[in-house]
Design a protein around this ligand. Structure first.
Ligand SMILES: [Mg+2]
Length: 368
């Protein structure tokens, strides 16, 4: 079976996040930009992938068109056992364009699509290619956007619990917001705090110590820059909290540096950024070897969320799947990946990623 084409589709779905907003670089995320990667074959089977985008969707699409698609077009479709070598060859051919960032996002999109395809060839859900399903549903946490005002943070936390979520993550940088959230949800609900890399070491240690009484499950990315693993390790040892990071790391090699430095208790591979399912699996194995827990990064709603769900279903480790807390104008999966009233997401049992993308939604929300 031959790969006949690799195409990137830019989909933009508006959302309403209530009190929240989110800043990435200089731009507010005003809509959910998704780069869906479609791998076509001469058998008629299609694989679907997802390359990280947010505000760089056009750039990610260009990287797929210009760099990744020519590497795959005309090649034999690899089976699951052959995907790692197939993808390593592409990583080698493209390494001079960067081992982190847009290039790896585009590579991740192709990798996810090849795993989807490999499972579709066998008519099994993706998780069957990597292990036994240990969780037919995975508990989700509500990943709140940046809100700011502590009273609004508290209100959004209460609303999330009413909707069924059993765990919450804040994107806040003040102790007042953290304590307001804890007071709103009570002592028993897991609370995570994601800072998105604002602080130097001493400030991060002070922040962690000041948050200890609110008992966060972990403090995520307190330190700037994200690749300063030595400082992150110092914050972990002196701050007295679990530390999570990894959404800004790519490939198992950078995760090895981060974990070997003792920087994290929770590693956060993002399947649409790290190099896809292939690198994610290597990172999961390394985390197990080094005694680090996995807390995947997945604040997106394209094929990457489905891939994350499939990957988490083979691990009975008590971890939560990250779901951005927002109302979307449309769903690529006909609502089948929404958390239920108990805060759980069912692992879809269809072939590959488990669901087919809704072509009508793709066309309606396509960015030309
Ligand atoms: Mg984060």
């Amino acid at each position: 079976m031959l790969i006949t084409d690799v195409r990137a589709h830019h989909i933009r779905i508006p959302y309403d996040a209530g009190a929240g907003s989110f800043k990435q670089g200089a731009s507010a995320i005003a809509a959910l930009d998704i780069v869906v990667v479609e791998v076509s074959t001469d058998s008629g089977l299609t694989g679907w992938g997802d390359a990280f985008s947010y505000v760089c969707a056009k750039t990610t699409c260009a990287a797929i068109d210009e760099m990744v698609a020519p590497q795959a077009r005309g090649q034999q479709v690899p089976d699951a056992a052959g995907i790692p070598a197939f993808m390593e060859n592409i990583q080698r051919n493209l390494h001079l364009f960067g081992r982190y960032g847009i290039t790896m996002f585009a590579i991740s999109g192709l990798d996810i699509a090849l795993w989807d395809l490999a499972a579709r060839v066998q008519s099994v859900p993706l998780h069957r290619l990597i292990g036994a399903c240990k969780r037919p549903q995975v508990p989700a946490y509500a990943s709140l956007l940046r809100i700011g005002a502590p009273e609004q943070v508290a209100e959004e936390c209460r609303t999330a619990l009413r909707r069924g979520y059993t765990a919450i993550k804040l994107h806040e940088t003040t102790t007042a917001a953290v304590f307001a959230a804890r007071q709103a949800i009570g002592a028993g609900v897991p609370l995570m705090v994601d800072m998105n890399c604002p602080l130097d070491g001493p400030a991060a240690i002070a922040f962690a110590q000041a948050c200890r009484a609110a008992a966060p499950m972990f403090l995520e990315e307190p330190v700037w820059p994200p690749e300063d693993f030595a400082t992150l390790a110092e914050v972990r040892s002196k701050g007295g909290l679990n530390i999570a990071a990894g959404e800004n790391a790519c490939t198992v090699h950078q995760f090895r540096q981060m974990m070997s430095a003792g920087a994290v208790s929770h590693a956060q591979p993002s399947v649409t950024k790290v190099g896809g399912v292939t690198e994610y699996l290597k990172i999961a194995a390394l985390a197990d070897e080094l005694g680090v827990r996995l807390a995947p990064h997945s604040p997106y709603f394209g094929p990457g969320l489905l891939a994350t769900l499939q990957l988490m279903s083979v691990r009975d480790d008590g971890s939560f799947i990250e779901v951005f807390y927002m109302k979307r104008a449309a769903c690529l999966w006909r609502g089948r990946i929404d958390a239920d009233g108990s805060g759980n997401m069912a692992v879809p049992e269809g072939p590959g990623l488990g669901c087919e993308p809704d072509k009508e939604v793709m066309e309606r929300y396509r960015v030309a």
